[in-house]
Design a binder for this molecule. Structure first.
Ligand code: BES
Ligand code: MN
Ligand code: ZN
Length: 510
């Protein structure tokens, strides 16, 4: 992964391949150069603003203009990235939120792929700005190149090293912000990589062994249940979904122990390594993204490694049921009845509603330990995309304060999540004629029905939330800000922030 180091050197004399400065659009046309870029602008005779306009920059957020320094700085290239409209924060100083800064830095980092060393002459006057710029740079410096063989020239490698210029490079809070950014973004990249790996190479056993390796490297205890162990313990949801595949299911359990008396966070993540729909086969276009159906498992596992590396004061138990949902002569059939871990029976009316079956196993098992908070994360429904679009996850919960805390953690970490209800009337349509519950419900409100289904499996009195990340976990469209095409690592940053909030006692009871 790329690195960020802090320096108080003058940006103009940094030995780098390119320098990034920020600009903002001002009322009445024109640009201003943002704090951090003054020196560079002076070296260019105060002409960055007019040059950016002349180069055709329209002033949209994340719009990048590459300029030649013409020898005015050691770096041959200046990249001016626009943060959008300059909002006056008083005394003529422009203001911008952390996410604006994060995205713009990420866009600059992406535009500089193929460049080894980059100086960042961006706003970095506070630890919050140092954090935002560091995170944006590292998140933007990502490429999944494992399968590039003869096309490496056309796919340029990400930036290797950023030097972030700040007045206080030895300030404790600034240094901590950079270190945290490395740890968190490392985890985000891990989740992105796992989603991007082609499903042929990531059957449940492979995902489980990669999870185990990542956990061990972070000092997290691991237990992997194979198909025999799953059978013995009665994980009927995971087994049923996995039985159509020649590659058997797994359950991964991670345990990070911070110490007695600390809050206990349980995580459950959907790990469908490929979702064909099973016998309720998806149309082929709907399968195009389905290697991302383990995005929830990737997020909770990656987040747990980051939480451990940061040494947060919260005990974490993470459960990731993993299965490949395939049609075959051994696959489960629509109208089969299966038994979830703990005994509840489910009539499987549609084998494509498989996520809730594996999650039910995980949620019941996680509940046995009576965690203070239980969160499941899943690419669960197409209805999430219909309701909230491709970039905003739905947050459902049996506890309003927890739901609010998660949405707030998402907001502060730069992920888009929004509260959604669990209307009880949707439960009626899940009545089964033969089993305790059906895995299908009403025609409308599919995201909420899936949430209500999961709620049935949460242990008595446990504060629980469900994140439907179907759209946000995979970027099918063009890259934007610090977000690449493909796996996004969505939910990792929110989970780490929530763990920090839990450790600090900042997640109030309802
Ligand atoms: N993995 C899909 C949900 C999904 C859809 C994720 C699009 C990412 C993008 C899930 O297993 C699924 O197939 N859900 C069905 C449920 C339905 C059969 C009740 C859906 O949303 O159509
Ligand atoms: Mn499905
Ligand atoms: Zn699925």
């Amino acid at each position: 992964m790329a690195t960020v180091s802090l320096s108080s050197s003058k940006p103009v004399s940094l030995k780098v391949d390119a320098l990034v400065v920020g600009v903002a659009k001002v009322k009445g046309g024109g640009f201003v150069v943002l704090p951090g870029g003054e020196e560079v602008d002076k070296a260019l005779k105060g002409r960055i603003a007019e040059t950016v306009a002349a180069m055709g920059n329209l002033g949209n957020p994340n719009e990048v203009s590459k300029l030649s320094s013409l020898g005015a700085t050691t770096a041959p290239i200046i990249v001016a990235v626009c943060l959008g409209k300059a909002v006056d924060a008083g005394r003529g100083r422009p203001s911008y939120g952390p996410e604006v800064l994060r995205r713009a830095t990420g866009a600059a980092a992406r535009a500089l792929a193929g460049t080894a060393k980059v100086g960042l002459a961006l706003p970095a006057g506070t630890p919050a700005e140092v954090a935002a710029v560091s995170e944006g740079a590292l998140l933007g410096a990502y490429a999944f190149r494992t399968y590039r063989v003869t096309s490496t020239e056309r796919n340029r490698p990400p930036v290797e090293a950023f030097t972030l210029v700040t007045d206080a490079p030895r300030d404790k809070a600034n240094k901590a912000a950079v270190e945290r950014a490395h740890t968190v973004v490392d985890a985000v990249h891990l989740a992105r990589d796992w989603v991007n790996i082609p499903p042929v190479d990531l059957p449940p056993a492979e995902l489980a062994s990669r999870a185990a390796a990542a956990a061990k490297a972070a000092g997290v205890a691991v237990e992997v249940l194979d198909e025999k162990a799953l059978k013995k313990a009665g994980y009927g949801g995971t087994l049923a979904v996995g039985m159509g595949s020649s590659r058997p299911p797994r359950m991964v359990k991670l345990t990070y122990t911070a110490g007695r008396g600390k809050p206990h966070l349980a995580l459950v993540g959907k790990g469908i390594t490929f979702d064909s729909g099973g016998l309720s086969l998806k149309p082929s276009t709907a399968m195009e993204w389905m290697k991302s159906d383990m995005g929830g498992a990737a997020a909770i596992i990656a987040a747990t490694t980051a939480i451990a590396r940061l040494g947060l004061d919260v005990n974490v138990t993470a459960w990731a049921p993993m299965a490949e949902n395939m049609p075959s002569g051994t696959a489960q059939r629509p109208s089969d009845v299966i038994t979830i871990y703990g005994g509840t029976t489910v009539e499987v009316m549609n084998t494509d509603a498989e996520g809730r079956l594996v999650l039910a196993d995980g949620i019941v098992r996680a509940s046995e330990d009576k965690p203070d908070v239980l969160i499941d994360v899943a690419t669960l429904t197409g209805a999430q995309l219909v309701a909230l679009g491709a970039r905003t996850s739905g947050v459902m919960a049996n506890d309003a304060a927890l739901r609010t805390a998660i949405v707030a953690a998402a907001e502060s970490s730069g992920e888009q999540m929004w509260p959604m209800p669990l209307p009880v009337e949707l439960r009626t349509a899940m009545e089964s004629t033969v089993a305790d519950i059906s895995n299908m419900g009403d025609r409308y409100g599919g995201m909420l029905t899936a949430g209500l289904f999961l709620k049935e499996f949460v242990g008595e009195g446990i504060r629980w939330a469900h994140l439907d990340i179907a759209g946000p976990s995979f970027n099918d469209a063009a890259p934007h800000g610090y977000t690449p095409k493909g796996g996004t690592g969505h939910a990792v940053r929110t989970l780490v922030r929530l763990a920090e909030d839990l450790a600090a006692g900042d997640v109030p009871e309802a």
